[in-house]
Design a protein around this ligand. Sequence first.
Ligand code: NAP
Length: 288
Amino acid sequence: MNTTNTSKLIDGKTLAAKVLADAAEKVKTIVSHTGVTPALATVLVGDDPASATYVKMKVKRTEDAGMKSIRVDLPADTTTDQLVSKITELAEDPDVAGILLQHPVPSQIDERAAFEAIPRAKDVDGVTATGLGCMFLGIPTFGSCTPAGIMTLLHEYDVTIKGADAVVIGRSPILGKPMAAMLLEEHATVTICHSRTQNLADTVRRADIVVAAVGRSNFVQGDWVKPGAVVIDAGYNPGNIGDVDFDAALPNASLITPVPGGVGPMTIATLIHNTAIAAAQQLGVELD
Ligand code: NAP
Protein backbone atom coordinates (compact mmCIF):
# COMPACT_ATOMS: atom_id res chain seq x y z
CA MET A 1 0.00 0.00 0.00
CA ASN A 2 1.41 3.37 -1.03
CA THR A 3 0.57 5.79 1.78
CA THR A 4 2.82 8.66 0.68
CA ASN A 5 -0.10 10.98 -0.11
CA THR A 6 -1.29 11.13 3.48
CA SER A 7 -3.53 14.16 2.91
CA LYS A 8 -5.98 11.83 1.15
CA LEU A 9 -5.98 9.20 3.88
CA ILE A 10 -8.96 8.72 6.15
CA ASP A 11 -7.43 7.81 9.49
CA GLY A 12 -9.80 5.37 11.17
CA LYS A 13 -7.35 4.51 13.91
CA THR A 14 -7.20 8.04 15.30
CA LEU A 15 -10.96 8.59 15.07
CA ALA A 16 -11.62 5.20 16.70
CA ALA A 17 -9.43 6.24 19.64
CA LYS A 18 -11.54 9.41 20.00
CA VAL A 19 -14.80 7.43 19.86
CA LEU A 20 -13.49 5.01 22.49
CA ALA A 21 -12.38 7.88 24.73
CA ASP A 22 -15.87 9.39 24.43
CA ALA A 23 -17.42 6.02 25.33
CA ALA A 24 -15.17 5.80 28.40
CA GLU A 25 -16.34 9.28 29.50
CA LYS A 26 -19.95 8.18 29.10
CA VAL A 27 -19.26 5.06 31.17
CA LYS A 28 -17.76 7.24 33.94
CA THR A 29 -20.92 9.36 33.98
CA ILE A 30 -23.12 6.25 34.15
CA VAL A 31 -21.11 4.74 37.00
CA SER A 32 -21.07 8.00 38.97
CA HIS A 33 -24.85 8.44 38.60
CA THR A 34 -25.92 4.85 39.25
CA GLY A 35 -23.05 2.90 40.79
CA VAL A 36 -23.65 0.33 38.03
CA THR A 37 -20.81 -0.73 35.73
CA PRO A 38 -22.34 -1.48 32.32
CA ALA A 39 -21.61 -4.85 30.74
CA LEU A 40 -21.32 -6.13 27.19
CA ALA A 41 -22.00 -9.84 26.73
CA THR A 42 -20.09 -11.44 23.86
CA VAL A 43 -21.32 -14.81 22.63
CA LEU A 44 -18.91 -16.99 20.67
CA VAL A 45 -19.97 -20.36 19.30
CA GLY A 46 -17.22 -22.76 18.26
CA ASP A 47 -13.50 -22.29 17.94
CA ASP A 48 -12.94 -20.41 14.69
CA PRO A 49 -9.60 -18.65 15.33
CA ALA A 50 -10.53 -15.41 13.49
CA SER A 51 -13.80 -15.11 15.46
CA ALA A 52 -11.96 -15.83 18.71
CA THR A 53 -9.49 -13.03 17.90
CA TYR A 54 -12.32 -10.57 17.16
CA VAL A 55 -14.03 -11.45 20.46
CA LYS A 56 -10.75 -11.02 22.36
CA MET A 57 -10.32 -7.54 20.83
CA LYS A 58 -13.92 -6.63 21.71
CA VAL A 59 -13.45 -7.83 25.30
CA LYS A 60 -10.29 -5.76 25.65
CA ARG A 61 -11.88 -2.59 24.26
CA THR A 62 -14.92 -3.12 26.53
CA GLU A 63 -12.72 -3.32 29.60
CA ASP A 64 -10.52 -0.42 28.44
CA ALA A 65 -13.67 1.72 28.33
CA GLY A 66 -14.39 0.86 31.98
CA MET A 67 -17.18 -1.63 31.28
CA LYS A 68 -17.54 -5.25 32.32
CA SER A 69 -17.23 -7.99 29.78
CA ILE A 70 -19.35 -11.12 30.09
CA ARG A 71 -17.91 -13.80 27.85
CA VAL A 72 -20.08 -16.70 26.82
CA ASP A 73 -18.17 -19.38 24.91
CA LEU A 74 -20.31 -22.23 23.57
CA PRO A 75 -19.16 -25.46 21.91
CA ALA A 76 -19.17 -25.83 18.11
CA ASP A 77 -22.04 -28.34 18.23
CA THR A 78 -24.43 -25.91 20.00
CA THR A 79 -27.97 -26.10 18.59
CA THR A 80 -30.17 -23.15 17.60
CA ASP A 81 -32.40 -23.80 20.63
CA GLN A 82 -29.46 -23.81 23.02
CA LEU A 83 -28.06 -20.59 21.56
CA VAL A 84 -31.45 -18.86 21.56
CA SER A 85 -32.02 -19.88 25.17
CA LYS A 86 -28.59 -18.50 26.22
CA ILE A 87 -29.23 -15.21 24.41
CA THR A 88 -32.71 -15.00 25.99
CA GLU A 89 -31.09 -15.39 29.41
CA LEU A 90 -28.73 -12.49 28.64
CA ALA A 91 -31.65 -10.48 27.26
CA GLU A 92 -33.48 -10.85 30.59
CA ASP A 93 -30.40 -10.11 32.72
CA PRO A 94 -30.58 -6.48 33.93
CA ASP A 95 -26.79 -6.44 34.38
CA VAL A 96 -26.27 -6.87 30.62
CA ALA A 97 -26.48 -3.63 28.62
CA GLY A 98 -25.60 -5.04 25.21
CA ILE A 99 -25.33 -8.41 23.49
CA LEU A 100 -22.94 -9.25 20.69
CA LEU A 101 -23.29 -12.58 18.89
CA GLN A 102 -20.05 -13.13 16.99
CA HIS A 103 -20.85 -14.28 13.48
CA PRO A 104 -20.74 -16.30 11.35
CA VAL A 105 -22.02 -19.06 13.63
CA PRO A 106 -21.59 -22.79 12.80
CA SER A 107 -23.77 -23.91 9.90
CA GLN A 108 -26.23 -26.05 11.93
CA ILE A 109 -27.45 -22.87 13.68
CA ASP A 110 -30.20 -20.65 12.30
CA GLU A 111 -28.27 -17.39 12.64
CA ARG A 112 -31.33 -15.22 12.00
CA ALA A 113 -33.25 -16.93 14.83
CA ALA A 114 -30.32 -16.32 17.16
CA PHE A 115 -30.06 -12.63 16.18
CA GLU A 116 -33.80 -12.18 16.67
CA ALA A 117 -33.48 -13.33 20.30
CA ILE A 118 -31.61 -10.09 21.02
CA PRO A 119 -34.03 -7.33 22.13
CA ARG A 120 -33.64 -4.05 20.23
CA ALA A 121 -32.60 -2.18 23.39
CA LYS A 122 -29.57 -4.50 23.70
CA ASP A 123 -28.90 -4.89 19.96
CA VAL A 124 -25.69 -2.85 20.08
CA ASP A 125 -24.37 -4.55 16.92
CA GLY A 126 -27.45 -3.58 14.88
CA VAL A 127 -28.21 -7.09 13.62
CA THR A 128 -31.90 -7.63 14.30
CA ALA A 129 -34.65 -7.35 11.70
CA THR A 130 -36.31 -4.63 13.78
CA GLY A 131 -33.03 -2.73 14.02
CA LEU A 132 -32.52 -2.94 10.25
CA GLY A 133 -36.13 -1.86 9.67
CA CYS A 134 -35.58 1.13 11.94
CA MET A 135 -32.43 2.05 10.00
CA PHE A 136 -34.50 2.15 6.79
CA LEU A 137 -37.33 4.07 8.43
CA GLY A 138 -35.03 6.61 10.05
CA ILE A 139 -36.14 5.58 13.54
CA PRO A 140 -33.29 6.02 16.06
CA THR A 141 -31.64 2.68 16.77
CA PHE A 142 -28.16 1.22 17.15
CA GLY A 143 -26.83 1.15 13.61
CA SER A 144 -24.87 -1.87 12.42
CA CYS A 145 -21.37 -1.16 13.65
CA THR A 146 -19.37 -1.20 10.40
CA PRO A 147 -21.67 1.11 8.39
CA ALA A 148 -22.33 3.30 11.43
CA GLY A 149 -18.55 3.60 11.87
CA ILE A 150 -18.25 4.55 8.19
CA MET A 151 -20.86 7.30 8.66
CA THR A 152 -18.82 8.65 11.59
CA LEU A 153 -15.73 8.71 9.35
CA LEU A 154 -17.62 10.54 6.57
CA HIS A 155 -18.87 13.14 9.06
CA GLU A 156 -15.43 13.62 10.61
CA TYR A 157 -13.94 14.32 7.18
CA ASP A 158 -16.81 16.67 6.21
CA VAL A 159 -17.76 14.57 3.20
CA THR A 160 -20.86 15.96 1.50
CA ILE A 161 -23.49 13.22 1.65
CA LYS A 162 -26.63 15.20 0.81
CA GLY A 163 -27.22 14.97 -2.94
CA ALA A 164 -24.13 12.83 -3.52
CA ASP A 165 -24.24 9.79 -5.79
CA ALA A 166 -23.27 6.93 -3.48
CA VAL A 167 -22.57 3.43 -4.74
CA VAL A 168 -22.47 0.59 -2.22
CA ILE A 169 -21.01 -2.65 -3.55
CA GLY A 170 -22.44 -5.48 -1.44
CA ARG A 171 -25.89 -6.09 0.06
CA SER A 172 -25.25 -8.14 3.20
CA PRO A 173 -27.61 -7.53 6.14
CA ILE A 174 -24.73 -6.37 8.35
CA LEU A 175 -22.96 -4.13 5.89
CA GLY A 176 -24.27 -3.29 2.41
CA LYS A 177 -27.97 -2.93 3.24
CA PRO A 178 -27.63 -0.86 6.43
CA MET A 179 -24.91 1.23 4.73
CA ALA A 180 -27.34 2.07 1.95
CA ALA A 181 -30.05 2.90 4.51
CA MET A 182 -27.77 5.26 6.42
CA LEU A 183 -26.58 7.08 3.28
CA LEU A 184 -30.16 7.36 2.05
CA GLU A 185 -31.26 8.76 5.42
CA GLU A 186 -28.69 11.53 4.94
CA HIS A 187 -30.05 12.28 1.45
CA ALA A 188 -27.50 10.58 -0.81
CA THR A 189 -28.79 9.05 -4.04
CA VAL A 190 -27.86 5.44 -3.37
CA THR A 191 -27.21 2.58 -5.76
CA ILE A 192 -26.66 -0.88 -4.29
CA CYS A 193 -24.58 -3.26 -6.42
CA HIS A 194 -24.16 -7.01 -5.97
CA SER A 195 -22.99 -10.11 -7.77
CA ARG A 196 -25.73 -9.88 -10.43
CA THR A 197 -25.21 -6.17 -11.19
CA GLN A 198 -24.62 -5.38 -14.87
CA ASN A 199 -22.00 -2.80 -15.84
CA LEU A 200 -20.64 -2.53 -12.31
CA ALA A 201 -17.54 -0.56 -13.35
CA ASP A 202 -19.65 2.09 -15.14
CA THR A 203 -21.99 2.37 -12.15
CA VAL A 204 -19.04 2.90 -9.80
CA ARG A 205 -17.58 5.50 -12.20
CA ARG A 206 -20.62 7.73 -11.50
CA ALA A 207 -20.12 7.66 -7.76
CA ASP A 208 -19.11 10.57 -5.57
CA ILE A 209 -18.89 8.11 -2.66
CA VAL A 210 -17.97 4.46 -3.20
CA VAL A 211 -18.31 1.91 -0.40
CA ALA A 212 -16.75 -1.45 -1.20
CA ALA A 213 -18.19 -4.28 0.93
CA VAL A 214 -17.59 -7.26 -1.30
CA GLY A 215 -15.11 -9.57 0.40
CA ARG A 216 -12.78 -9.84 -2.63
CA SER A 217 -9.20 -8.64 -2.52
CA ASN A 218 -8.43 -5.56 -4.66
CA PHE A 219 -11.80 -5.87 -6.42
CA VAL A 220 -12.41 -2.17 -7.15
CA GLN A 221 -10.05 -1.03 -9.89
CA GLY A 222 -8.35 2.36 -10.06
CA ASP A 223 -10.05 3.39 -13.30
CA TRP A 224 -13.50 2.75 -11.74
CA VAL A 225 -12.93 5.70 -9.41
CA LYS A 226 -14.23 9.07 -10.62
CA PRO A 227 -11.74 11.91 -10.07
CA GLY A 228 -12.54 13.44 -6.68
CA ALA A 229 -14.56 10.48 -5.38
CA VAL A 230 -14.41 9.41 -1.73
CA VAL A 231 -13.48 5.74 -1.51
CA ILE A 232 -14.40 3.68 1.55
CA ASP A 233 -12.98 0.19 1.70
CA ALA A 234 -14.86 -2.00 4.19
CA GLY A 235 -13.21 -5.16 2.92
CA TYR A 236 -10.97 -7.21 5.12
CA ASN A 237 -9.57 -10.19 3.28
CA PRO A 238 -6.83 -12.66 4.19
CA GLY A 239 -3.45 -10.95 4.39
CA ASN A 240 -5.00 -7.63 5.55
CA ILE A 241 -6.08 -6.83 1.99
CA GLY A 242 -9.04 -4.58 1.24
CA ASP A 243 -11.69 -4.74 -1.49
CA VAL A 244 -10.16 -1.73 -3.29
CA ASP A 245 -6.91 -1.73 -5.24
CA PHE A 246 -5.58 1.05 -3.03
CA ASP A 247 -2.53 2.10 -5.04
CA ALA A 248 -4.52 2.24 -8.27
CA ALA A 249 -7.46 4.12 -6.67
CA LEU A 250 -5.33 6.67 -4.79
CA PRO A 251 -4.61 9.06 -7.71
CA ASN A 252 -8.31 9.65 -8.50
CA ALA A 253 -9.69 9.55 -4.95
CA SER A 254 -10.06 12.76 -2.95
CA LEU A 255 -10.19 10.71 0.26
CA ILE A 256 -9.64 7.00 0.79
CA THR A 257 -9.57 4.57 3.70
CA PRO A 258 -6.48 2.38 4.01
CA VAL A 259 -6.64 -1.30 4.99
CA PRO A 260 -5.76 -1.79 7.76
CA GLY A 261 -6.35 1.39 9.75
CA GLY A 262 -9.46 2.72 8.00
CA VAL A 263 -12.89 1.17 8.54
CA GLY A 264 -11.75 -1.76 10.74
CA PRO A 265 -10.94 0.13 13.97
CA MET A 266 -14.22 2.06 13.72
CA THR A 267 -16.31 -1.11 13.89
CA ILE A 268 -15.26 -2.10 17.41
CA ALA A 269 -15.20 1.52 18.59
CA THR A 270 -18.82 1.90 17.42
CA LEU A 271 -19.82 -1.28 19.25
CA ILE A 272 -18.34 0.00 22.52
CA HIS A 273 -19.92 3.44 22.04
CA ASN A 274 -23.31 1.86 21.31
CA THR A 275 -23.02 -0.25 24.48
CA ALA A 276 -22.35 2.80 26.64
CA ILE A 277 -25.41 4.52 25.15
CA ALA A 278 -27.54 1.38 25.61
CA ALA A 279 -26.53 1.25 29.28
CA ALA A 280 -27.42 4.91 29.78
CA GLN A 281 -30.83 4.38 28.15
CA GLN A 282 -31.57 1.31 30.27
CA LEU A 283 -30.46 3.01 33.49
CA GLY A 284 -32.18 6.32 32.72
CA VAL A 285 -28.98 8.37 32.69
CA GLU A 286 -28.97 11.45 30.48
CA LEU A 287 -25.76 11.93 28.53
CA ASP A 288 -24.64 15.12 26.74
P1 NAP B 1 -20.91 -10.99 2.36
O1 NAP B 1 -22.03 -11.27 3.27
O2 NAP B 1 -20.15 -12.12 1.74
O3 NAP B 1 -21.47 -10.06 1.19
C1 NAP B 1 -20.68 -9.75 0.08
C2 NAP B 1 -21.49 -8.97 -0.90
O4 NAP B 1 -20.67 -8.71 -2.03
C3 NAP B 1 -22.75 -9.72 -1.40
O5 NAP B 1 -23.85 -8.85 -1.38
C4 NAP B 1 -22.36 -10.12 -2.81
O6 NAP B 1 -23.46 -10.11 -3.72
C5 NAP B 1 -21.40 -9.03 -3.21
N1 NAP B 1 -20.50 -9.53 -4.25
C6 NAP B 1 -19.77 -10.67 -4.24
N2 NAP B 1 -19.11 -10.79 -5.40
C7 NAP B 1 -19.44 -9.72 -6.15
C8 NAP B 1 -19.10 -9.29 -7.45
N3 NAP B 1 -18.29 -10.00 -8.24
N4 NAP B 1 -19.62 -8.14 -7.92
C9 NAP B 1 -20.46 -7.41 -7.15
N5 NAP B 1 -20.83 -7.77 -5.89
C10 NAP B 1 -20.32 -8.91 -5.42
O7 NAP B 1 -19.81 -10.09 3.05
P2 NAP B 1 -19.94 -8.98 4.21
O8 NAP B 1 -20.13 -9.65 5.51
O9 NAP B 1 -20.87 -7.90 3.82
O10 NAP B 1 -18.46 -8.41 4.18
C11 NAP B 1 -17.92 -7.76 3.05
C12 NAP B 1 -16.45 -7.42 3.32
O11 NAP B 1 -16.38 -6.56 4.45
C13 NAP B 1 -15.58 -8.64 3.68
O12 NAP B 1 -14.26 -8.40 3.19
C14 NAP B 1 -15.55 -8.62 5.20
O13 NAP B 1 -14.38 -9.22 5.74
C15 NAP B 1 -15.53 -7.13 5.44
N6 NAP B 1 -16.05 -6.75 6.76
C16 NAP B 1 -15.27 -5.91 7.48
C17 NAP B 1 -15.70 -5.49 8.72
C18 NAP B 1 -14.83 -4.56 9.48
O14 NAP B 1 -15.03 -4.38 10.66
N7 NAP B 1 -13.87 -3.92 8.83
C19 NAP B 1 -16.91 -5.95 9.26
C20 NAP B 1 -17.71 -6.79 8.48
C21 NAP B 1 -17.25 -7.20 7.23
P3 NAP B 1 -24.70 -11.14 -3.62
O15 NAP B 1 -25.56 -10.62 -2.52
O16 NAP B 1 -25.33 -11.05 -4.95
O17 NAP B 1 -24.11 -12.49 -3.33
